[in-house]
Design a protein around this ligand. Structure first.
Ligand code: PXP
Length: 256
Protein backbone atom coordinates (compact mmCIF):
# COMPACT_ATOMS: atom_id res chain seq x y z
CA UNK A 1 0.00 0.00 0.00
CA UNK A 2 2.57 2.55 1.16
CA UNK A 3 4.77 2.29 -1.90
CA UNK A 4 1.88 2.84 -4.31
CA UNK A 5 1.82 5.91 -6.47
CA UNK A 6 -0.22 8.62 -4.79
CA UNK A 7 -2.42 10.22 -7.41
CA UNK A 8 -2.80 13.97 -7.72
CA UNK A 9 -6.09 15.35 -8.96
CA UNK A 10 -5.79 19.02 -9.86
CA UNK A 11 -8.94 21.04 -9.30
CA UNK A 12 -9.20 23.78 -11.94
CA UNK A 13 -12.31 25.57 -10.62
CA UNK A 14 -10.45 28.73 -9.78
CA UNK A 15 -9.00 29.16 -13.25
CA UNK A 16 -12.66 29.58 -14.19
CA UNK A 17 -13.16 31.95 -11.25
CA UNK A 18 -10.50 34.28 -12.70
CA UNK A 19 -11.89 33.95 -16.21
CA UNK A 20 -15.40 34.76 -15.00
CA UNK A 21 -14.18 37.90 -13.25
CA UNK A 22 -14.08 39.44 -16.73
CA UNK A 23 -16.57 37.21 -18.48
CA UNK A 24 -14.37 36.31 -21.44
CA UNK A 25 -12.45 33.17 -22.31
CA UNK A 26 -9.14 33.80 -20.59
CA UNK A 27 -7.71 32.00 -18.66
CA UNK A 28 -9.15 28.84 -20.16
CA UNK A 29 -9.68 25.98 -17.64
CA UNK A 30 -9.13 23.40 -20.38
CA UNK A 31 -5.71 24.84 -21.19
CA UNK A 32 -4.91 24.70 -17.46
CA UNK A 33 -6.07 21.08 -17.39
CA UNK A 34 -3.72 20.14 -20.25
CA UNK A 35 -0.86 21.95 -18.53
CA UNK A 36 -1.67 20.21 -15.24
CA UNK A 37 -1.51 16.82 -16.96
CA UNK A 38 1.85 17.72 -18.54
CA UNK A 39 3.12 18.71 -15.07
CA UNK A 40 2.13 15.38 -13.52
CA UNK A 41 -1.55 15.52 -12.60
CA UNK A 42 -3.13 12.08 -12.73
CA UNK A 43 -6.62 13.48 -13.10
CA UNK A 44 -8.60 16.70 -13.29
CA UNK A 45 -11.33 17.72 -10.88
CA UNK A 46 -14.02 20.28 -11.59
CA UNK A 47 -17.05 21.30 -9.54
CA UNK A 48 -20.11 22.44 -11.44
CA UNK A 49 -21.92 24.46 -8.82
CA UNK A 50 -25.61 25.15 -8.91
CA UNK A 51 -24.94 28.90 -9.34
CA UNK A 52 -22.21 28.28 -12.00
CA UNK A 53 -19.91 30.73 -10.21
CA UNK A 54 -16.79 29.17 -11.78
CA UNK A 55 -16.99 26.06 -13.98
CA UNK A 56 -19.69 26.21 -16.68
CA UNK A 57 -21.65 23.47 -18.43
CA UNK A 58 -19.59 24.21 -21.55
CA UNK A 59 -16.35 23.67 -19.57
CA UNK A 60 -17.55 20.24 -18.44
CA UNK A 61 -18.40 19.26 -22.02
CA UNK A 62 -14.98 20.34 -23.29
CA UNK A 63 -13.16 18.67 -20.39
CA UNK A 64 -14.97 15.41 -20.98
CA UNK A 65 -14.36 15.53 -24.75
CA UNK A 66 -10.73 16.59 -24.73
CA UNK A 67 -9.07 15.43 -21.50
CA UNK A 68 -6.52 12.64 -21.69
CA UNK A 69 -6.84 11.85 -17.97
CA UNK A 70 -9.84 10.89 -15.83
CA UNK A 71 -12.33 13.62 -14.99
CA UNK A 72 -13.57 13.74 -11.41
CA UNK A 73 -16.86 15.63 -11.56
CA UNK A 74 -17.80 17.23 -8.25
CA UNK A 75 -21.52 17.77 -7.85
CA UNK A 76 -24.29 18.29 -5.37
CA UNK A 77 -26.83 15.48 -5.11
CA UNK A 78 -29.51 17.20 -7.18
CA UNK A 79 -31.53 15.95 -10.14
CA UNK A 80 -30.09 18.65 -12.39
CA UNK A 81 -26.50 17.56 -11.65
CA UNK A 82 -27.37 13.88 -11.93
CA UNK A 83 -28.72 14.44 -15.45
CA UNK A 84 -25.52 16.29 -16.43
CA UNK A 85 -23.33 13.53 -14.98
CA UNK A 86 -25.28 10.84 -16.80
CA UNK A 87 -25.03 12.79 -20.06
CA UNK A 88 -21.23 13.14 -19.83
CA UNK A 89 -20.23 9.95 -18.00
CA UNK A 90 -17.12 11.23 -16.20
CA UNK A 91 -14.75 8.67 -14.72
CA UNK A 92 -15.88 9.56 -11.20
CA UNK A 93 -18.44 11.75 -9.46
CA UNK A 94 -17.70 13.18 -6.08
CA UNK A 95 -20.90 14.09 -4.24
CA UNK A 96 -20.40 17.22 -2.16
CA UNK A 97 -22.70 19.32 0.02
CA UNK A 98 -23.55 22.66 -1.50
CA UNK A 99 -25.00 25.74 0.10
CA UNK A 100 -25.65 28.67 -2.13
CA UNK A 101 -24.21 31.26 0.27
CA UNK A 102 -20.99 29.44 1.16
CA UNK A 103 -17.65 30.57 -0.21
CA UNK A 104 -16.36 27.03 -0.58
CA UNK A 105 -17.46 23.53 0.38
CA UNK A 106 -17.52 24.05 4.12
CA UNK A 107 -18.08 20.61 5.58
CA UNK A 108 -18.49 17.01 4.58
CA UNK A 109 -21.70 15.46 3.29
CA UNK A 110 -24.29 14.50 5.88
CA UNK A 111 -24.14 10.86 4.86
CA UNK A 112 -25.82 9.66 8.07
CA UNK A 113 -28.85 11.96 8.06
CA UNK A 114 -28.93 12.16 4.26
CA UNK A 115 -28.68 8.48 3.51
CA UNK A 116 -32.21 8.20 2.19
CA UNK A 117 -31.70 11.16 -0.15
CA UNK A 118 -28.25 10.06 -1.32
CA UNK A 119 -28.97 6.41 -2.00
CA UNK A 120 -30.69 6.78 -5.43
CA UNK A 121 -27.93 9.16 -6.61
CA UNK A 122 -25.21 6.69 -5.66
CA UNK A 123 -27.06 3.86 -7.36
CA UNK A 124 -27.88 5.69 -10.59
CA UNK A 125 -24.32 6.90 -11.01
CA UNK A 126 -22.83 3.49 -10.26
CA UNK A 127 -25.31 1.77 -12.59
CA UNK A 128 -23.94 4.00 -15.37
CA UNK A 129 -20.39 2.87 -14.69
CA UNK A 130 -19.33 6.06 -12.88
CA UNK A 131 -17.22 5.61 -9.76
CA UNK A 132 -18.91 7.32 -6.83
CA UNK A 133 -16.99 9.26 -4.23
CA UNK A 134 -18.53 10.84 -1.12
CA UNK A 135 -16.86 13.91 0.37
CA UNK A 136 -17.11 13.25 4.11
CA UNK A 137 -15.86 14.37 7.46
CA UNK A 138 -13.27 12.03 8.90
CA UNK A 139 -15.48 10.23 11.37
CA UNK A 140 -16.51 6.65 11.97
CA UNK A 141 -20.24 7.17 11.47
CA UNK A 142 -19.67 8.88 8.11
CA UNK A 143 -17.35 6.12 6.92
CA UNK A 144 -19.81 3.42 7.98
CA UNK A 145 -22.71 5.21 6.30
CA UNK A 146 -20.64 5.55 3.11
CA UNK A 147 -19.99 1.81 3.16
CA UNK A 148 -23.71 1.13 3.60
CA UNK A 149 -24.45 3.40 0.65
CA UNK A 150 -22.09 1.38 -1.53
CA UNK A 151 -19.67 4.23 -2.29
CA UNK A 152 -16.56 3.23 -4.23
CA UNK A 153 -14.55 6.06 -2.69
CA UNK A 154 -14.63 8.41 0.27
CA UNK A 155 -12.80 11.72 0.02
CA UNK A 156 -11.82 12.85 3.51
CA UNK A 157 -12.29 16.58 4.16
CA UNK A 158 -8.92 18.04 5.16
CA UNK A 159 -10.24 21.58 5.70
CA UNK A 160 -10.17 21.60 9.51
CA UNK A 161 -6.72 19.98 9.55
CA UNK A 162 -5.44 22.76 7.27
CA UNK A 163 -7.05 25.46 9.43
CA UNK A 164 -5.32 24.12 12.54
CA UNK A 165 -2.02 24.21 10.62
CA UNK A 166 -2.61 27.86 9.61
CA UNK A 167 -3.33 28.75 13.25
CA UNK A 168 -0.11 27.00 14.36
CA UNK A 169 -2.27 24.99 16.75
CA UNK A 170 -0.01 22.00 17.38
CA UNK A 171 -2.43 20.09 19.59
CA UNK A 172 -5.33 20.70 17.21
CA UNK A 173 -3.21 19.67 14.27
CA UNK A 174 -2.22 16.42 15.98
CA UNK A 175 -5.88 15.75 16.80
CA UNK A 176 -6.99 16.38 13.21
CA UNK A 177 -4.16 14.28 11.77
CA UNK A 178 -5.12 11.38 14.03
CA UNK A 179 -8.80 11.76 13.11
CA UNK A 180 -8.00 11.66 9.38
CA UNK A 181 -5.61 8.77 9.80
CA UNK A 182 -8.17 6.72 11.73
CA UNK A 183 -10.93 7.42 9.19
CA UNK A 184 -8.56 6.44 6.36
CA UNK A 185 -7.80 3.18 8.14
CA UNK A 186 -11.50 2.42 8.75
CA UNK A 187 -12.52 3.20 5.18
CA UNK A 188 -9.74 1.09 3.74
CA UNK A 189 -10.67 -1.80 6.05
CA UNK A 190 -14.26 -1.48 4.77
CA UNK A 191 -13.00 -1.90 1.20
CA UNK A 192 -13.48 1.75 0.20
CA UNK A 193 -10.84 3.65 -1.77
CA UNK A 194 -9.58 6.65 0.21
CA UNK A 195 -9.01 10.13 -1.21
CA UNK A 196 -8.44 13.38 0.66
CA UNK A 197 -8.54 17.06 -0.06
CA UNK A 198 -9.55 20.65 0.66
CA UNK A 199 -7.22 23.45 1.62
CA UNK A 200 -4.00 21.47 1.11
CA UNK A 201 -0.79 23.44 0.60
CA UNK A 202 2.94 22.74 0.28
CA UNK A 203 3.10 22.87 4.10
CA UNK A 204 0.19 20.58 4.86
CA UNK A 205 0.35 17.96 2.12
CA UNK A 206 3.08 15.82 3.69
CA UNK A 207 1.22 14.38 6.68
CA UNK A 208 -1.73 13.41 4.49
CA UNK A 209 0.47 11.97 1.72
CA UNK A 210 2.16 9.79 4.34
CA UNK A 211 -1.10 8.01 5.23
CA UNK A 212 -0.70 4.70 3.45
CA UNK A 213 -4.42 4.16 2.79
CA UNK A 214 -4.80 7.44 0.89
CA UNK A 215 -4.47 6.89 -2.85
CA UNK A 216 -5.48 10.30 -4.25
CA UNK A 217 -5.31 13.93 -3.22
CA UNK A 218 -7.45 16.63 -4.83
CA UNK A 219 -5.88 20.05 -4.69
CA UNK A 220 -7.03 23.27 -6.29
CA UNK A 221 -7.10 26.71 -4.74
CA UNK A 222 -3.54 26.75 -3.40
CA UNK A 223 -2.07 25.55 -6.71
CA UNK A 224 -3.95 28.11 -8.77
CA UNK A 225 -2.92 30.84 -6.32
CA UNK A 226 0.69 29.70 -6.33
CA UNK A 227 0.64 29.72 -10.13
CA UNK A 228 0.53 33.53 -9.94
CA UNK A 229 4.01 33.48 -8.44
CA UNK A 230 5.71 30.48 -10.00
CA UNK A 231 3.53 29.35 -12.90
CA UNK A 232 1.08 26.45 -12.83
CA UNK A 233 3.51 23.80 -14.10
CA UNK A 234 6.20 24.49 -11.46
CA UNK A 235 3.59 24.71 -8.67
CA UNK A 236 2.17 21.31 -9.61
CA UNK A 237 5.60 19.75 -10.06
CA UNK A 238 6.64 20.96 -6.62
CA UNK A 239 3.45 19.59 -5.04
CA UNK A 240 4.04 16.27 -6.81
CA UNK A 241 7.58 16.16 -5.48
CA UNK A 242 6.44 16.83 -1.90
CA UNK A 243 3.79 14.12 -2.22
CA UNK A 244 6.30 11.61 -3.59
CA UNK A 245 8.87 12.41 -0.90
CA UNK A 246 6.29 12.04 1.88
CA UNK A 247 5.04 8.84 0.32
CA UNK A 248 8.52 7.38 0.11
CA UNK A 249 8.83 7.88 3.85
CA UNK A 250 5.40 6.41 4.62
CA UNK A 251 5.29 3.41 6.90
CA UNK A 252 3.31 0.41 5.81
CA UNK A 253 0.52 -0.51 8.20
CA UNK A 254 -0.61 -4.06 8.48
CA UNK A 255 -4.11 -4.35 7.03
CA UNK A 256 -6.78 -5.35 9.54
N1 PXP B 1 -12.10 18.07 -2.74
C1 PXP B 1 -13.37 18.53 -2.73
C2 PXP B 1 -14.48 17.54 -2.59
C3 PXP B 1 -13.65 19.90 -2.90
O1 PXP B 1 -14.92 20.34 -2.89
C4 PXP B 1 -12.57 20.79 -3.09
C5 PXP B 1 -12.84 22.25 -3.28
O2 PXP B 1 -13.61 22.44 -4.40
C6 PXP B 1 -11.27 20.26 -3.10
C7 PXP B 1 -11.06 18.91 -2.91
C8 PXP B 1 -10.09 21.13 -3.35
O3 PXP B 1 -9.95 22.06 -2.34
P1 PXP B 1 -8.94 23.26 -2.53
O4 PXP B 1 -9.40 24.03 -3.71
O5 PXP B 1 -9.04 23.99 -1.25
O6 PXP B 1 -7.57 22.63 -2.76
Amino acid sequence: MAGHHLRLGVNIDHVATIRNARGGRHPDPLRAAHLAVEAGADGITAHLREDRRHISDHDIRRLKDELTRPLNFEMAATHEMLAIALAHLPNACCLVPEKREERTTEGGLDVVGGMHHLRPFVHKLRDSGIRVSLFIEADKAAVEASARLGADIVELHTGTYCERALENDGAGLARETARLSEAARLAHAAGIEVHAGHGLTFNTVGAIARMPEVVELNIGHFLIGEAIFSGLGPAIRHMRQLMDEARAGATTRVAV
